[in-house]
Design a protein around this ligand. Structure first.
Ligand SMILES: [Zn+2]
Length: 296
């Protein structure tokens, strides 16, 4: 029982503390009191270790209580532990390229990007985000990256349609409000009764940032209404903008995100893009297609 365990650990710590104090008072040092003295000097460490062990145990017990399979509780505890450690390991080594490839979201062909440029590769984030658990895990990671940076914000805003799922999940993970902008006759606007408070601090979030054009347009809408954009975020950078939390990324000439605001992302893909006039794929005779228009 967790309560019994907490009492057991607590009692053990009290015993060690008492014996140490007794030895200090009486100046009678037995091997056992010396052992307690050593242990007491590491009491904080011991307490931290005990709390970790107890909380891990609680998690395992909760997990095994909800497990309705006929496995023995020892087995389900072990499998819960394995799941826990797998999650911790996955957190440490989140490989965005593998996630996109596994989800069939890493496409090869000849694509017309929303920026008007052409590319041989396309990241179809909708295929990754169709799994809400995975979307949640990615957003948790992105929220942790932003929190670690010390950037504080009140709300998340995404340009429709591509950014909505990523932005919404980020807002959920960071416990913030979420709104989105959309294009009305090509002009980025805020509709649907969404409001921006005076001085309200926003993170503008996309699924993928290439040059950052749409994100910047959304940011301008926020700022025109009295809000403040404090940072940009995306699941991935397509190799054109500088990512604040990823070493080695640089801003290329076509990057549109403002240099004075941090941009956070979980991964960096270095894809070449071409203007329609100098696209080698067009030169080979194929036609660029808008992703999503032919079932991809
Ligand atoms: Zn082309």
């Amino acid at each position: 029982m967790p309560v019994a365990q907490i009492l057991k650990y607590g009692f053990l710590i009290c015993q060690i503390y008492f014996l140490r104090k007794l030895a200090d008072k009486t100046k009678i040092f037995t091997p056992f009191s010396l052992f307690c003295q050593n242990l007491h000097s590491n009491l904080k460490l011991l307490a931290a270790y005990s709390l970790t062990a107890i909380s891990l145990n609680l998690t395992v017990m909760q997990k095994s209580q909800t497990d309705m399979s006929p496995k023995s509780s020892r087995n389900s505890s072990l499998s819960a532990l394995r799941v826990k450690f797998a999650q911790i390991l996955q957190r440490k080594t989140m490989d965005l390229e593998k996630i996109y490839k596994d989800a069939g979201a890493f496409l090869q062909g000849h694509f017309l990007l929303s920026s008007g440029n052409h590319s041989q590769f396309y990241l179809q984030s909708a295929k990754v985000l169709e799994d809400p658990q995975l979307a949640g895990a990615l957003a948790d990671e992105l929220a942790a990256v932003i929190e670690k940076s010390g950037v504080e914000f009140d709300s998340v805003c995404s340009p429709a349609l591509g950014g909505i799922l990523a932005g919404y999940e980020l807002a959920r993970a960071a416990k913030k409000r979420f709104i989105f902008t959309e294009r009305i006759e090509r002009i980025m606007s805020l509709r649907r009764g969404f409001e921006v408070g005076e001085g309200e601090r926003f993170v503008v979030c996309e699924d993928i940032i290439t040059t950052g054009g749409s994100a910047l347009e959304a940011a301008r809408v926020i700022e025109s209404l009295g809000g403040e954009v404090v940072a940009f975020a995306a699941l991935a950078n397509r190799g054109f903008c500088k990512v604040a939390n990823l070493a080695g990324s640089v801003a290329k000439a076509s990057a549109k995100l403002p240099a004075d605001k941090p941009f956070f992302a979980l991964g960096n893909f270095e894809f070449e893009i071409f203007g329609p006039a100098n696209c080698p794929l067009c030169a080979d005779g194929s036609k660029a297609i808008k992703p999503g228009s032919r079932g991809n």
